[in-house]
Design a protein around this ligand. Structure first.
Ligand code: PMP
Length: 420
């Protein structure tokens, strides 16, 4: 008898040996250990926040406590706009809760057409295609338009959805140093002349809130015969005369081939889009897999988005308040001695640089306890291994709220030793 109680000779000689199952989760062990240590420290989990009630674009109840929201992308504060809400309610009543299908089949309703018309008007462009998220818009457009043998040239600090769009497609991918016109020029210059090229840029980079020198970059791209796609997710509504984005602000309306955007920030709901003047733009509806192989947005969402986009065309007052709030916050934090990546605010994102995860989470925890929610950002979302507290400002914040926010930063910063 063997130890298992089986007689060895009872086993057929040719029985295949089955290796014990390899746990595919083994590779997550370091991350699991890091999370367990964080939770054991007694600090709140920055990635486990629940909004129990949302009272306005700037105030929510978190753990029973009224909390100022300074980490949402609700730049223009459209989530509680009465017209935007009414449009959604009306669509619920008229069209029901969902489309049950792809845009390419039964999932295109009246308001999907309306929101695409609103986008064409907002951007002054001939083509607009709406996707279910901005993530999917980047995934679909980037993977479809640059094919095998062609090139995508992208900023090293590009958003995950841009990287994932590259990974999903078959083009060669070349990265250039963040916001470096010189490096873009050098890398484009090394590529063979013939194949098609797509340069992918962002108007505002969402981690540090810095903007791109689009004018110079687009000139370099054009010099090398490349098409240009700009993701303007973090600028819609408050950059450029019509709020179209950094590309409009820098006078590039006739030079950018594709603009990607989202409804999840200034528009105040969810969804993504691409707008373009390309004469054959519509063909993308037949070649973008993330457009075809997923359900379309619910009718209430697109109806709200259409109303919001049309209102954003006349939102000069909100825009002014957003910039005033941002200047107040940036100046207040800078004066207190916090490390900020830019000398003056370049966008509505104000990032505070911290030494490491522990310091970032302690500071974040202190702010939450005081009644302020900001985002913690860490690698791999951030560039160069940075740890940040990321504030995103809303047009609906009051100047008094901003003053309170600065006071909370001061108290938490002193308590954690981030400032002296
Ligand atoms: N592009 C950029 C630059 C973003 O920051 C984001 C989201 N944070 C997206 C695209 C994706 O947008 P969505 O939330 O609509 O998926």
């Amino acid at each position: 008898m063997t130890e298992t109680g089986l007689q060895a000779e009872a086993l057929p000689a040719d029985l295949p040996t089955v290796p014990s199952e390899r746990d595919l989760f083994d590779k997550f062990a370091p991350l699991i250990a890091e999370r367990e240590a964080l939770l054991a420290s007694g600090l709140r989990d920055p990635f486990g926040i629940v909004m129990e009630e949302v009272k306005s674009p700037t105030v929510a109840i978190i753990k029973g406590r009224e909390t100022i929201l300074l980490g949402t992308y609700n730049y223009m504060g459209m989530t509680f706009d009465p017209d935007v809400i009414a449009a959604g309610k009306n669509a619920f009543d008229k069209f029901g809760t969902g489309t049950n299908g792809s845009r390419a089949l039964n999932g295109t309703f009246h308001d999907h057409m309306e929101v695409e018309a609103a986008l064409r008007d907002f951007y002054g462009m001939s083509g607009a295609i709406v996707f279910s998220t901005g993530y999917q818009a980047n995934l679909g457009v980037i993977s479809a338009i640059a094919a095998k043998g062609e090139y995508i040239i992208l900023d090293a600090d590009s958003h995950a959805s841009i990287y994932d769009g590259c990974a999903m497609g078959n083009a060669e991918v070349v990265r250039f140093r963040h916001n470096s016109v010189e490096d873009l020029d050098k890398r484009l210059g090394r590529l063979p002349k013939e194949p098609g090229k797509l340069v992918v840029l962002e108007g505002v980079y969402s981690m540090l809130g810095d903007i791109a020198p689009l004018k110079e970059m687009v000139a370099v791209a054009k010099k090398h015969g490349a098409m240009v796609l700009v993701d303007e997710a973090h600028s819609m509504g408050f950059f450029g005369e019509h709020g179209r984005g950094v590309y409009e602000d820098q006078g590039l309306e006739d030079q950018v081939d594709f603009v990607i955007g989202t409804f999840s920030k200034s528009v105040g709901t969810v969804g993504g889009f691409c707008v373009s003047n390309h004469p054959s733009f519509e063909i993308l509806r037949f070649v973008c897999r993330p457009y075809i192989f997923t359900a379309s947005l619910p009718p209430a969402v697109v109806a709200s988005a259409a109303t919001s986009i049309r209102k954003l065309m006349h939102a000069a007052d909100k825009r002014e308040r957003l910039w005033a709030n941002t200047r107040q916050l940036h100046a207040g934090l800078k004066q207190l001695g916090f490390r900020l990546p830019t000398d003056a605010p370049e966008s509505a994102i104000v990032a505070v640089l911290l030494d490491d995860q522990e310091q970032a989470v302690r500071m974040w925890h202190g702010l939450l306890e005081a009644g302020l929610y900001v985002n913690v950002a860490r690698p791999p979302a951030t560039p160069a291994g940075m740890f940040l507290l990321r504030c995103s400002v809303c047009a609906e914040h009051t100047s008094e709220q901003m003053a309170r926010v600065i006071g909370m930063f001061e108290a938490a910063g002193r308590a954690t030793g981030v400032i002296v």
